[in-house]
Design a protein around this ligand. Structure first.
Ligand code: ASP
Ligand code: MG
Length: 407
């Protein structure tokens, strides 16, 4: 019997009525002959509310305790979904991350999944029950509760899909799928029907909400298709699948924006083997993600090294930088209010001129490009935060990604 793993995000379980709607989708899959495992997020804005609550009590809450608190959000939802299923005449059991042995490392607030013990889930499925699992949470070897980072229920979804060898991971959310750009910013953004894992990973790493990069990476590794779809209707959403030949013809699949970046520049650090390694190891040890790294070697045997981080990471980063500078010499500057606009598409591997077209679009919109970075299937430009939305619209139009003229 095929297994389907369904996930309902916070907005799809925000009220008792929506919980019953979600339960109906679960039952439909069950009646279609599937074994169904359901992953849920905390109801509505519960996670944000809990974070605010924590900060009302303690300005900088210990991360272990914050995880302990945040994990309660999902625990509420699993019990309610199981009750809704019971009310609709179906057998279900709710399980926490700890109860399914979802083992993580001990990086509280952004833990990584190490393994899942699928025996409990399989045992429950074998008795004909629907299994409801709390997303976003796990447990360390020592038995401490961890969380997987904001949006982490998707990681739970995909990890379960992989270990259970599910036919599909259905990601129910409040949007119709993945769009060529954020429809709140670009009014003619179009829903994408199919997109490759690689493109989706690039898109989510450069700011397309919906799915964490990590979750997609996992799906690719185990080749589990993800279907992102709207819980409000039955229509198809976006399938995230392995790359097919047909996809190569699409030069640019989508574009995305990441706002609120800060550029950190370390000035006049020694230009010697090992220095850059030392800097970025120290930053990585804080689990801070850096991007857009540039090094310029100066005449006096020192170098300027700059990189971007999310503004929210600056507070954690500053003490690390201060320690490094005390050791290495040099100084640091922090430039806030930057954004990165990116275009992504597997067709770029074959097609030339994509970078030129993107730069032209930004130039025509009178937007200054501050920095450029690329991968095989992505081009990104750093621009001023105030130009961010305009930049996204300009690039989206330049590649004809809109509804009226599908690329
Ligand atoms: N409830 C958590 C959050 O809001 C996890 C999730 O929704 O995926 O980030
Ligand atoms: Mg949520």
């Amino acid at each position: 019997m095929g297994i389907v793993v369904q996930k309902f995000g916070g907005t799809s379980v925000a009220t008792p009525r929506k919980i019953h709607d979600a339960a109906r989708k679960v039952i439909a899959a069950k009646l279609a002959g599937k074994q169904v495992v359901v992953v849920v997020s905390a109801m509505g804005h519960t996670t944000d509310d809990l974070i605010n609550l924590a900060h009302g009590v303690c300005p900088n809450p210990p991360k272990r305790e914050l995880d302990q608190l945040l994990a309660t959000g999902e625990q509420v939802t699993i019990a309610l979904i199981a009750m809704a299923l019971h009310a609709q005449g179906h057998e279900a059991i709710s399980l926490t991350g700890g109860q399914i042995g979802l083992l993580t490392d001990s990086a509280h607030s952004k833990a990584r999944i190490r393994e899942i013990d699928k025996r409990r889930i399989q045992k429950e499925l074998a008795t004909g029950r629907i299994v409801i699992v709390a997303g976003f949470q796990g447990i360390t070897e020592k038995g401490d509760i961890t969380t997987l980072g904001r949006g982490g229920s998707n990681a739970t979804l995909v990890a379960l899909g992989a270990v259970l060898k599910a036919e599909v991971c259905e990601n129910y959310t409040d949007v119709d799928g993945i769009f060529t750009a954020d429809p709140r910013i670009v009014s003619d953004a179009r829903k994408i029907d199919r997109i490759s894992y690689d493109e989706m990973m690039e898109l989510s790493s450069v700011g397309a909400g919906v799915l964490q990069t990590r979750a997609v990476e996992f799906a690719r590794k185990y080749n589990v298709p993800i279907h992102v779809r709207n819980s409000a209707h039955e229509g198809p959403g976006t399938w995230i699948v392995a790359e097919t030949q047909a996809m190569e013809h699409i030069v640019v699949s989508g574009c995305a924006l990441k706002k609120d970046l800060t550029r950190v520049t370390l000035k006049n650090v020694p230009d010697r083997p090992g220095i850059v390694a030392r800097i970025f190891t120290a930053v990585a040890d804080e689990k801070i993600i850096v991007d857009d790294i540039i090094q310029n070697v100066l005449d006096d045997r020192t170098a300027n090294i700059s990189f971007t981080v999310e503004y929210g990471d600056v507070a954690d980063l500053q003490p690390v930088i201060e320690r490094l500078l005390a050791e290495l010499g040099g100084s640091a500057t922090y430039e806030k209010d930057l954004a990165r606009v990116s275009v992504v598409g597997v067709g770029m591997k074959q097609q030339t001129g994509v970078a030129g077209a993107m730069f032209r679009a930004l130039a025509d919109a009178k937007i200054n490009i501050q920095n450029i970075s690329t991968s095989e299937i992505r081009i990104s430009c750093i621009v001023a935060r105030k130009d961010a939305e305009k930049a996204l619209r300009a690039v989206h139009a330049a590649f004809n990604l809109g509804k009226k003229s599908p690329a």
